[in-house]
Ligand binder design. Structure first.
Ligand code: C5P
Length: 227
């Protein structure tokens, strides 16, 4: 069976939450958000490796967390992230074994469901690349720099991309290398793969897999994790 490597970018700051502690290391119900997130992947049979990118101050803490939650047969590396999420992930890629599926998942999405992770892995095995997402629920407007509306794309073809985003390792590696050489920064991993002209499959997930970004998200996460 193809092995999978879980890549977790956890090197962001807590700036949008106005907190000093970076989001993945905030505790909810006695566990850090990073821990809650990793626990969601332990039921994935093919999981063989975990690589977490974090800021230098939290390397030890992340290592402690991985030591305590991962069973012995799952190898892990904790490495230093970069200034942007994309740099953090680029740094992890040399730790992913060849032939493995690379599953990229934000540290701050602790509500992802196993069935959705599995569906993304299946789709990536078939097409090389997949993304979990949901249909856009609001109408999305394209604006210019003065906040004047330029366009209203049809909502029926607009989806919000979440993570996991799952790739055959070689495809993700090539996409990151090209972006690095061309100084391109994208807001997700799939956008780098799309630039290769490689197809990416959208897999339907659900809205509970939100990213803890703003104070309201943290309130909701606390409610959900304590109930
Ligand atoms: O802040 P943002 O929404 O981009 O964060 C998504 C994920 O990427 C978070 O888990 C965050 O810790 C991580 N990240 C990172 N390195 C950065 C910025 C964000 O690993 N430089």
């Amino acid at each position: 069976m193809t092995k999978a490597t879980l890549i977790i970018p956890a090197a962001g700051s807590g700036s949008r939450l106005n907190r000093e502690t970076p989001k993945p290391f905030l505790e909810i119900s006695g566990k850090t958000i990073l821990e809650h997130t990793i626990l969601r992947f332990l039921g994935l049979e093919s999981l063989g490796q975990v690589v977490v990118a974090t800021s230098p101050l939290y390397l030890n803490k992340a290592e402690e967390i991985l030591n305590s939650v991962l069973p012995e047969h799952i190898l892990f590396h904790v490495i230093e992230g970069g200034a942007e999420r994309q740099h953090s992930i680029f740094n992890t890629l040399k730790f992913v074994d060849d032939g493995n599926l690379a599953i990229v998942h934000d540290a701050v999405r602790p509500f992802v469901e196993l069935k959705h992770i599995e569906n993304c892995c299946k789709a990536a095995m078939q097409t090389g690349a997949s993304v979990l997402g949901v249909p856009a629920k609001d109408t999305i407007k394209k604006i210019d720099k003065d906040q004047m509306i330029l366009d209203t794309p049809s909502r029926s073809f607009l989806w919000q991309a979440q993570t996991p985003q799952v790739f055959k390792k070689e495809i993700l590696q090539e996409a990151y290398q090209k972006a690095f050489e061309e100084n391109f920064i994208g807001t997700d991993d799939a956008s780098l793969v799309e630039r290769l002209g490689h197809p990416v499959k959208m897999v339907e997930g659900d809205r509970s897999n939100f990213k803890i970004t703003y104070p309201l998200d943290l309130k909701l996460a606390k409610l959900l994790l304590s109930s």
